[in-house]
Design a protein around this ligand. Structure first.
Ligand code: ME8
Length: 637
């Protein structure tokens, strides 16, 4: 157990591909790192939490082409969606890296040059099976039914002249390093998988792509006809971020990488050999978790079975959603995602056990002490047993967190909370309250429960950051940031302080109504407007307009100013679509406008018409375009 104050703790998520919006798989790793970094902050460690987006590569270039926008506009948009999602979910990251940042590109080029100068990069020809979904060459042996195990896509045969990194040369060293360091890759099954990969030649790693075929990437510093292979670029994010901020000595190699098993090979084989060749020490741990499955298959955008984190956050509340993710997956193993499971978990652990203990305690304090926290009297064996159960938790939880058993750590805390509920039932404060001679005893019992709730709230705070503080606020405890030391004392509350009861922390979810809603999602009826006649409709003039130029409104955050051509006319339209489109995405589009709307000034700029756009219930927006090219100015009827 490391409880040295100020120990460096650098934790990373993968940097996610920006070829689609985040789903709960991405949210899980990110929330997990948020939980563990909050726990290390509680311990007083010197924590740094990095996440970000992986923006180069063929996969992203293809996705941009399919969306009909430039790669840069595309990556700006999706990277923004990742950041916005993490912000909405309250993820307390310290750094968000984008591989298109010039500072990152420079570090990648510096490392490449160093490895090249050392003679570990050569030019050669290669033929092999390449999977664009996984962005790597795969071996025949890895294929499952002819498909890549990671992406479920069939790979394509490629013959190409490229630069290669002498990865095979480092295989014996890596095997020894993993063997000498039993928990470098954990849990053990993944360590064994990597050792199995290293039993046979791993080959050299092609680290470039001809710019003529893949223009979207970081040019090699010595040959700009080639760009850097996306994994060589991406893995270096963990290092480049520190170099850019001058914190590499502070945080490297106190590095904890968190990934799912899909990207074990790049992190367990490519990355350590790259570090070695660059003269850098190995990371501390590679922590590998399993998959969230939907209908027994990996949740992934290509399978179309994704669940969006923001939907669950909205529906169940952020802390409850986090609790479910951490409680219902055993680190390293796969877990099935069922929405009903979230509700059951919330009802049993959070509403019944924890919420109920808080509510009945607040109720009794209100009735018996006028809402004041009582002082302890002499402790009886039952009080001591409760105290000992709670004061054993900080060590138990630390040990389980250090071993990545988040589910078991939460179960330990909840088991203690259930003991506290039983303690209340056994001590019967409502009986003690009847006789003034038992006033001191009543105080001791209620105070013991207050301390139990307080200690539980500190240990749950990494998982329930908002609700743990709310719990303490309702108990009238001061709101200074908690430390692990607060969970090691049984006298943290102040006698006489006033409680501040509020709404239930975790309202119970009606499981029957939920089951019915999941079985048949009720679609709300459309709210129609009053009927109009054909003559009313004929008063409106719609026309095709060609977007020429777009710029942000000088005075408003959400508005864009578009210059459009409508036949012989050029007009200005101000539109509130800035959160949904970049200027590059709009220029060149043919859109439909209302052409006879009376001009209005919007924050000082005159708008001569309106663009038609659709918006769904979740606030996604799409402007109306034509499915065939027509001259601008054409009338739409
Ligand atoms: O691989 N269950 O990015 P990526 C659990 N850019 N976790 C899941 C998951 C699921 N069903 N699906 C995705 C890449 N994840 C590279 C990484 S790092 C230098 C470059 C999570 O967008 C999990 O963390 O495909 C997994 O490792 C990651 O998303 C893959 O994200």
């Amino acid at each position: 157990m490391s409880e040295t104050p100020g120990a460096a703790y650098y934790a990373t998520t993968p940097i996610f591909y920006v070829n689609a919006a985040p789903h709960i798989g991405h949210a899980y790793t990110t929330i997990l790192v948020d939980v563990i970094t909050r726990f290390h902050r509680l311990k007083g460690d010197d924590v740094h939490f990095l996440t970000g987006t992986d923006e180069h590569g063929e996969k992203v270039a293809k996705a941009a082409a399919a969306a009909g926008v430039t790669p840069q506009a595309y990556v700006d948009d999706i990277s923004g969606q990742f950041q916005a999602t993490w912000d909405r979910l309250g993820i307390a990251y310290d750094g968000f890296i984008r591989t298109t940042d010039p500072a990152h590109r420079k570090v990648v080029q510096d490392v490449l040059q160093k490895v090249y100068d050392n003679g570990d990069i050569f030019y050669g020809e290669y033929s092999g099976l390449y999977c664009v979904g996984a962005e790597r060459f795969v071996t025949e042996k890895e294929l499952v039914d002819g498909k890549c195990p990671e992406s479920d896509d069939p790979p394509e045969l490629r013959v190409e002249a490229n630069y290669f990194f002498r990865m095979e040369k480092y295989r014996p060293w890596l095997r020894e390093a993993i063997e000498a360091n039993p928990d470098l890759i954990r849990p053990e099954r993944y360590r064994n998988e990597v050792l199995a990969m290293l039993r046979e030649p791993i080959g050299d790693l092609s680290i470039s792509r001809p710019r003529s075929r893949v223009p979207w990437g970081i040019p090699l510093p010595w040959d700009d006809e080639h760009v850097t292979y996306v994994w060589f670029d991406a893995l270096l994010n963990y290092w480049s971020h520190l170099v850019t901020h001058g914190t590499e000595r502070r945080y490297w190699p106190a590095t904890e990488h968190f990934i799912a098993k899909d990207i074990l090979k790049p992190h367990g084989v490519f990355w350590p050999t790259m570090l070695k060749a660059a003269g850098l020490p190995l990371y501390q741990h590679l922590n590998v978790h399993g998959y969230w499955l939907a209908d027994e298959r990996k949740m992934s955008k290509s399978l179309g079975n994704v669940v969006r984190p923001l939907d669950l956050h909205e529906k169940y509340g952020n802390d409850a959603f986090r609790y479910f993710l951490m409680r219902d997956m055993s680190f390293g193993l796969d877990a099935s995602f069922h929405e009903a499971g979230i509700a059951e978990r919330i009802n049993s652990d959070l509403a019944n056990d924890l919420g109920n203990l808080l509510n009945r305690t607040l109720g009794m304090l209100g009735r018996y002490t006028g809402g004041a926290i009582p002082a302890f009297g002499a402790l009886q064996p039952a009080d001591e047993a409760l105290r000992d159960a709670f004061l054993a938790l900080p060590d138990a939880v630390t040990e389980l967190f250090d071993a990545l058993h988040f589910d078991r750590a939460l179960e330990e805390v909840m088991a203690a909370v259930r003991k506290a509920n039983k303690y209340v039932a056994d001590q019967e404060p409502w009986v003690l309250a009847r006789d003034p001679a038992d006033a001191e005893r009543l105080g001791t019992v209620l105070r013991s429960v207050v301390e139990a709730l307080r200690v539980a709230s500190v240990l749950l705070e990494p998982v329930l950051p908002a609700k743990a503080r709310e719990l303490r606020a309702q108990l009238g405890l001061d709101d200074a940031p908690a430390t692990l030391g607060d969970a090691r004392r049984w006298d943290g509350a102040t006698a006489g302080a006033a409680t501040r009861p509020g709404d239930p922390l975790f309202p119970r979810i009606d499981l029957e109504a939920l089951a019915a809603a999941i079985a048949a999602p009720a679609e709300a009826p459309l709210a129609h407007k009053d009927e109009v006649t054909i003559d009313d409709f004929a008063k409106l003039e719609f026309r095709v307009a060609h977007v020429q130029h777009v710029e942000p409104h000088p005075k408003a955050d959400k508005l864009l100013v578009l210059t459009i051509k409508v036949g012989p006319e050029t007009r200005t339209i101000v539109s509130g679509i800035k959160q949904h489109y970049t200027p590059e995405q709009l220029v060149g589009k043919k859109v439909v406008i209302v052409a006879n709307l009376k001009p209005v000034k919007l924050r000082g700029v005159e708008s001569q018409g309106m663009i038609l756009a659709a918006e769904d219930a979740e606030g996604h927006l799409a402007v109306t375009t034509l499915d065939r090219d027509l001259a601008d100015g054409s009338e739409v009827r």
